[in-house]
Design a protein around this ligand. Sequence first.
Ligand SMILES: [Cu+2]
Length: 361
Amino acid sequence: MREVRKEIRPNRAVFEPGERGGLRRSLVRAGWIATGAAAALVFPAAAWAGDDQNALHPASKQEHSISVLWWVMLAGCSIGFCVVATLLLLGWVRRNRDSLPFGGGDRAGTAIVVGLGVFVPIVVLSSLFVWSDLFLIRTTEAPAANSTRMSIQVIGHDWWWEVRYPGGRAVTANEIHIPVRTRVDVAGTTADVIHSFWVPELNRKADLIPGRVNHLLLDADRPGEYRGQCAEFCGQQHAHMAMYVFADPPDVFRRWLANEERPARQPATAQAREGQHLFLSLPCSGCHMIRGTSADGTIGPDLTHLATRKTLAALTLPNHPPDLARWIEDPQRYKPGSKMPGFSLTSRERDALVAYLEGLK
Ligand SMILES: [Cu+2]
């Protein structure tokens, strides 16, 4: 023991003349740590500022819990981060410990390590665990059977969302309408691979798994348009598998649903009639359903009321005539790998198809 102490003393003596310089160096390092910490805090701030598809902009009780959890976790992790940074800092200024305000010495060092390094993390992490897992996250759980006013079915496909309403008559794709301030049970499954249904402003994610039905509660507390996204990698066009949830005032929703349940409108113009004839004679009708016609395909989205949608192909394109024309001619250009092939059509045929489809209100 003696031998060791003797060796340390000459070493400390070597550092003594440079003590002030050492402190300055340490302060510079502390400055860098503080800069790093500030940078780390900029990311959540940036996320908070964004408006579209933002998990920190809750529009439901469930998402409110999730965002509170997020902020508390951030606070908890920041405490942890500060503790580690402080310990690191103490390590750096250790050689100056005689000038530390609390005296220094090995005892004080041990107390700091045990206090900040063991005790604080145990308290912080266990309380976060108990509060989040045992209390808070329960609020986002799947609704109990028969506890909701309404139920819809969402079926994931590579790379679009099929949406069915109770009774099975109203079928749509990618744009889900729900009444606002109403508990809606989403029963989700998939027609092919695993997808994940996620509307960040409304609730947590629900995986859509082959052969299983997973439930998720949607209960928007204000009307609006909430963007969602497939949150489980499902192949080439995973990034183009988005959706909207529209939370409508009850009367708007009722009107929308009543229209959606009706069979397709008859074409109103000669051009649209030609388009309908083309649609039913081309392969289109083998993949798409248009209720009220002989088109009864189920490979692609139901097009019965296509013109009531704002977007095409899971939010890949806006639903405007020029974009619809481009999509019909060359879907592979917008969604390479999609099950819809391109068609070589004359411009007359293409325009007729567009006229027919844009009349499907
Ligand atoms: Cu996906």
